[in-house]
Design a protein around this ligand. Sequence first.
Ligand code: URA
Length: 254
Amino acid sequence: MDERRRRELLAAMGIRLWQRRPDRLPWSSDRDISTESPAGSVEFPSSPTGPWEFRLEEAPIPTSQGVPASRLDWEALQARVAACTACAELVANRTQTVFGVGVRDADAMVVGEAPGADEDRIGEPFVGRAGKLLDAMLAAIGLSRRENCYIANILKCRPPNNRDPRPEEVANCLPYLERQIELVAPRALLAVGRIAAQNLLGVTTPIGRLRGKIHHYRGIPVVVTYHPAYLLRSPLEKRKAWEDLKRYRRLLQS
Ligand code: URA
């Protein structure tokens, strides 16, 4: 490999190669190189091409610090969420953040409330009993998180004892979901449960009145349905949820 190529490759790894002037060779003078060399420098006096100093540069890590969530790409957004410490109580109680799951350019996107105990443990939305029901509901209209649907929550951290998210927690976390929606750019959104629907739409209307119509979030049609955890407690409402799912399917197909 020629010398230029070698330098380019090392530079790409954050390693700069310096050739020392002979008068600064530490082994040929009484100067103490450690007081002159940058931290982390290593001398290789036996280098075949001459006396080299390898310096590990400050790695050129792309940092998104200071960049608003609304401008982050998927990787930076996920890293931002994982490092988020905005809500002290949630941070103190969480095992991990729960970012989202599924196909990142899907036509269908489901918005839930917040992770529960199972999601907090596993790191994926809707993996508990309610999640199994949600998967079955989605499968009934041809959707799955593995193939053609993205799923995310209003909150990325589990509220202690599954309490409702607090307004300030929603305010802290919503920019992450907003960016996820922007990146997925779904044809239509399915909001499951009161908390998801009200916070997504910025309303306080009861879920019973939000169901049955098509709403819009930044121009994207939104269908509201019951949360699968509620449907587990109130199975008679599944009939209404089926109507919602069919409405959602029609939107996706339109
Ligand atoms: N309930 C939700 O709203 N989201 C989850 O991820 C799990 C349960």
